[in-house]
Design a protein around this ligand. Structure first.
Ligand code: FAD
Length: 476
């Protein structure tokens, strides 16, 4: 009988424990994915998923197989596949969100009752979220201690190679009917087709992930610790959507970095690995708090008088706040499905503090627009920036969008890339166009309030308003 390989968040052949185990089991493989409406991510990540499925299908076809695509509730679709193929074994890599774990446990129990073995393997983290613990067995609350805990566990296991040989079984006719053709995946936007910027910026796939990693290690790791903060230089790895869809694993990235440390300084390599550590930390937090995206981890913030400001929210979403760095970030996000990390922090702080809008609005917008949307990293970072999370930046530390802009985009490269209407402003006023001399603005082709908005809030007033709201909480 065939062995079933269920792909979920692991669209790759190398370092894929479930696939390697299935290939070794000797039976011919049937590889598939289930598009379960209850689990589909936001629009940009759905676009990515479409590409991920096609890329893996193409690779498997090159080897004589295919990635079959089904739609429906995971449990009932899997039941039908098992029945129709008479398979005796199913292989998958684990997922760690609560709903996913519950579904998998229910499926495993059902399969067991039917005498079918489910082989589940560790998923897309260096360590499973329950394995990194304090001495008293509780989850870490603080990143540095968590990361030390990870380092104490030693090197991550070496990545697995691609299976050397695989044979594939065809689908029975009865099941072929249920299979979707690529034009039926319904993951890409139709009308309007807003994905052209995403297509220009990204090619999902396992080979592309490794090309990116190689190029990052060859060119950008050496100065990573400092240059990572400068969005105009754009030297971070851009691996986030590839990690999210499992085109590449953190273990592969870790070992590739370790093999290269002679070329990079210890500081740069350690800083980069620690970023992978934040991803691990986020998953350990989500594992401990399934409602990380919806509940203030600091309950005092439940009483925060967040403003209802649909206009302000819209201006933020569209990159029309009048603060050039904020607008550049939000437009990069809209056009490419990705935003530089430093700018993500600035725009998050702006929404939550300058506009005093609930961080959950920002979390939801990012969830819908990021190709790298990750339920753990997104929720943790929003709580961290809003000051509502564990070990987060305190709320009273309000990022100044003008100083951030001057410091991290000093020559306005990033602003000019994403806010073309400001392209002709000199560096001296590119961060604060409202302060520019009217003649200079006219010369640069800018009509304030018409071609580019005046600031929707005054920095100092907005800062005071946020602090007053926060002080109100403290007084309660
Ligand atoms: P690099 O600097 O090259 O880092 C390598 C990898 O480390 C990244 O690919 C990512 O997997 C991980 N990483 C880096 N920084 C962080 C971090 N702060 N938290 C968790 N993991 C990190 N990242 C996501 O992957 N998905 C999200 O949904 C997401 N939402 C965010 C929301 C906000 C408000 C903020 C401030 C940050 C968010 N991040 C998120 C974290 C970070 O911005 C991105 O991971 C990073 O910008 C991706 O670019 P890169 O791959 O070039 O990163």
């Amino acid at each position: 009988p065939p062995a079933l390989v269920w792909f979920r968040e692991d669209f790759r052949l190398a370092d894929n424990a479930a696939l390697a185990d299935a290939a070794q089991s000797g039976g011919p493989l049937i590889c598939f994915v289930i598009l379960d409406e209850a689990r589909l991510p936001g629009a940009a990540a759905r676009w990515w998923l479409d590409g991920a499925v096609r890329a893996l299908d193409a690779r498997l076809k090159g080897m004589g197989g295919a990635l079959h695509v089904f739609r429906g509730p995971s449990q009932s679709v899997l039941r039908r596949i098992v029945e129709q193929t008479s398979a005796r074994s199913v292989f998958w890599n684990r997922r760690y969100d609560q709903k996913g774990r519950e579904t998998d446990a229910a499926i495993k129990a059902e399969l067991k009752d039917a005498g079918i073995v489910a082989h589940s393997h560790a998923g897309a983290l260096l360590n499973e979220p329950w394995t990194v613990r304090t001495r008293s067995g509780t989850p870490f609350q603080v990143f540095t201690a968590f990361w030390r805990g990870v380092r104490d566990l030693g090197e991550p296991r070496p990545p697995l190679p691609e299976p050397k040989t695989m044979s594939f079984a065809g689908l029975p006719e009865s099941l072929k009917r249920d299979c979707l053709r690529p034009d039926e995946y319904a993951l890409r936007p139709q009308h309007p087709d807003w994905a052209s910027g995403l297509r220009d910026a990204w090619t999902p796939g396992e080979a592309e992930a490794h090309d990116l990693l190689d190029s990052f290690l060859a060119h950008d790791l050496t100065a990573y610790a400092t240059s990572r903060d400068f969005p105009g230089q754009d030297t971070s790895s851009h691996l986030s959507p590839y990690l999210r869809s499992g085109h590449i694993t953190p273990a592969q990235v870790w070992h590739a970095v370790a093999d290269r440390t002679e070329a990079a300084s210890e500081t740069d390599a350690a800083k980069f690995l620690a970023e992978l550590g934040w991803r691990e930390f986020a998953w350990s937090l989500l594992f401990a708090h399934d409602d990380l995206a919806t509940r203030n981890l600091r309950p005092a913030f439940d009483a925060m008088p967040w403003r209802h400001d649909p206009e302000g929210l819209k201006a933020w979403q569209q990159g029309l706040t009048g603060y050039p760095l904020v607008d550049a970030g939000m437009r990069e996000l809209w056009q490419t499905g990705w935003m530089h990390n430093r700018v993500r922090m600035v725009v998050a702080s702006f929404l939550v503090k300058h506009l005093l809008i609930d961080w959950r609005e920002g979390e939801r917008w990012f969830a819908d627009t990021l190709v790298d949307y990750d339920p753990a990293s997104n929720a943790m970072n929003w709580q961290w920036n809003a000051g509502t999370g564990v070990e987060s930046a305190p709320f009273f530390r309000v990022m100044n969008p003008i100083l951030q802009s001057r410091k991290f985009d000093p020559d306005g490269t990033y602003i000019r890339r994403w806010v073309p209407e400001l392209v002709r402003l000199p560096d001296s006023v590119i961060h604060t166009p409202w302060e520019a001399d009217p003649d200079l603005l006219r010369h640069a082709g800018i009509a304030p309030g018409q071609t580019y908005p005046a600031p929707i809030v005054d920095h100092r007033e907005a800062r005071e308003r946020a602090l007053a709201a926060w002080r109100g909480l403290k007084a309660d």
